[in-house]
Design a binder for this molecule. Structure first.
Ligand SMILES: [Zn+2]
Ligand SMILES: [Zn+2]
Length: 153
């Protein structure tokens, strides 16, 4: 059995092409487009609220989905091994029954765009991101270069 497996999760964009991100430091939600996030010129993504960079910007929904998918995959692998054992032990003195395939955890599709975020243009990078309306008043860090912008539209 291969000990490694990969799970691919696609995070859907909202109607405007943004995906929802969450800062792991302060929990602030913000939105960005996959194009900007994956752009080679954008080295790191900064939280618009605290200005820090996070290791990941996964929302709970994405994490939960990843866990559910991993559990299901693991259970399938274990079950397949049991099935193999069932066959191997069929004629021996010890019999082994794998039983029924376990039920899968429900894999929730990810909803995006649950937060009320306003599309904001960051003049320093000329890129757009969705941020909490309050940040437009208090000033917010550009998610793409980390510079604090006090006047954003
Ligand atoms: Zn933050
Ligand atoms: Zn910038």
């Amino acid at each position: 059995m291969d000990n490694e497996f990969t799970i691919k999760i696609s995070i859907p964009t909202d109607d405007y092409g943004y995906i929802l991100l969450k800062c792991s430091h302060c929990g602030t939600f913000f939105k960005s487009t996959p194009d900007d996030i994956e752009d080679d010129r954008v080295l790191e993504i900064y939280c618009p609220s605290c200005g820090l960079t996070s290791d990941n910007y996964l929302t709970e929904e994405v994490v939960e989905l990843a866990i559910a998918m991993a559990q299901n995959k693991t259970m399938d692998l274990i079950y397949d091994e049991f099935k193999k054992m069932e066959k191997e032990f069929k004629k021996g003195p010890v019999t082994f029954k794998a039983g029924k395939r376990p039920n899968h955890e429900h894999e929730n599709p990810i909803r995006s765009g649950i937060e009320a975020l306003e599309t904001t243009i960051f003049p320093c990078c000329n890129r757009k991101a969705g941020v909490k309306p309050i940040l437009r008043i208090t000033g917010c860090y550009c998610p793409f270069c980390g510079v604090k912008n006090y006047e954003v539209e």
